[in-house]
Design a protein around this ligand. Sequence first.
Ligand code: FAD
Length: 532
Amino acid sequence: MDLQRRRFLAGAAAGAATIATGRTSPALAAGGLPRRVAEERRRAVVVGTGFGGAITALRLARAGVDVLVLERGIRWPVAPGSNTFPRLFHQDRRASWLTPGPVFTGSLPAVWRPYTGVLERVHGVGMDVLCGAGVGGGSLVYHGMTIQPTEAAFTASMPAALDYRAFDTDYYPRVSAVLRPTPIPDDILGHPRYRAARQFHNRVVAAGLTPYRVPLPIDWDVVRRELRGELPPSYSTGDIILGANNGGKRTVDVTYLAAAEATGRAEVAELHVVRDIARDPQGRWEVQADRINTDGHVQESKRIIADALFLAAGSAGTTRLLVKAKAKGLIPGLPDGVGGHWGNNGDRIFTWTPLGESPGPLQGGPACIALRDNSTPDDPLLLIHGPVPFPIDLGTTTVNGLGIVEPRGRFVYDALHDDAVLHWSPTYDAALALRIAARLRQVLGGGIVGGVRNPLLDTTLFDPTTYHPLGGATIGPVCDPYGRVLDQRGLYVNDSALIPGSTGATNPSLTIAALAERNMDQIVAQDVGTVF
Ligand SMILES: Cc1cc2nc3c(=O)[nH]c(=O)nc-3n(C[C@H](O)[C@H](O)[C@H](O)COP(=O)(O)OP(=O)(O)OC[C@H]3O[C@@H](n4cnc5c(N)ncnc54)[C@H](O)[C@@H]3O)c2cc1C
């Protein structure tokens, strides 16, 4: 048994009194003895319950495969009037993943005991990633902007092996049939709480352009009930970036994953953090996972052996597991492209302070008005208004811009912390950032209103973050066109890690989900019953 493999097994035997930050811990159980490791044998294991993981679980279960789904976070059940999630300006320990304070940009300072909260900030060099943590993954915290890229933009940014027409006619409609996104209705957009969204809308019209009402997978009647005062506000004050408290959002835990569990074949194990993955001498897949409590303390370590392992821990989560496995020799022969071809989907976030006409406090959401700028068809931009739940009128709001970015980021192994760290340089998207800023200035009348300019501030310059991490185990360098890791029979990637950096100037969830459906068509048809 080689040294790295011995360490892997020792890691599986590690345990108590540790905080589960995603790093392997060498701790011992009380008394200094190695913790007992529970061993399990499974046919198929999925890591992660976001878009990719939930769809993978459902498709496997429907194909008659018993599947164990490992999710590091907790369930977040919501119903009208619930107080499941914290609020942006009244945060508590539910807001962040095992961190002693808030992680969301612009949060008020606070200190608390770490908790398995809903949002993780993955610190990188030159760029941090924000991502969901919990059963439902990013769908818990996302606004729900569900946008299909144009053919030209898809072709310019997605792997060449993917056929846009099949996405257009089959995979995108399939996802939309489940999430049922619809644009904001007139009566809601006309409500006083939606002043900020209307302002953006009106500026687009004034620029001679056509505003785009963003399809959102929410029940607008829940918003109406908030506006009538029947429910405490959540959507209608834009206070949903840490979760939508009244429900009505078709997150993947209540759609795809619930359907998977209803088959009786999918078992979702929450509070299970996958530390390492390896291939055993028989070519089976070994997963080292810790079951933790909500303080992050390890309760039990597990070694799970599977015939098929599906990685769907999100771009950062999946990539970190693969980079670690490659660096430590746990999976011999992993492609050299592991960790690379990563991009931030061209994300920029600006504050916009339209002098002379304040967007007001408590700005109604979700983000519902955008401009799709296809004037350069194969290099388009998407500009979106982002409401903020300011408790008082600060006269400002936010706008986001997206475009196609070169996937030049890379996750690199850090032996000191036994983790993989993202490396990004601001030069990679500097030109795109300037283009987005210039277009915003044109459209928002960055011009002159009442004799004064309307200030736009690019917050990404001083706080480089993205909500849209893409890549790290991409189709081509690392995986075949269906997410099979090259030369690793039974190992699959089926999430945002497959996509090299951009989804054609759109928010990525619809494309991630459509790609996951497409991949599972092929895997169910060809691999179920043969590979596993
Ligand atoms: C604040 C915010 C707003 C957003 N708004 C939008 C939007 O409006 N529209 C849009 O299209 N996109 C939006 N996104 C992006 C979208 O959420 C992601 O692109 C999408 O969720 C990625 O899907 P995925 O399946 O790749 O991974 P995820 O949805 O991130 O799911 C990965 C899952 O794996 C789990 N996991 C990770 N590591 C481990 C581990 N080691 N062990 C066990 N489990 C693990 C995580 O807890 C998570 O549940 C937003 C993101 C954020 C953060």
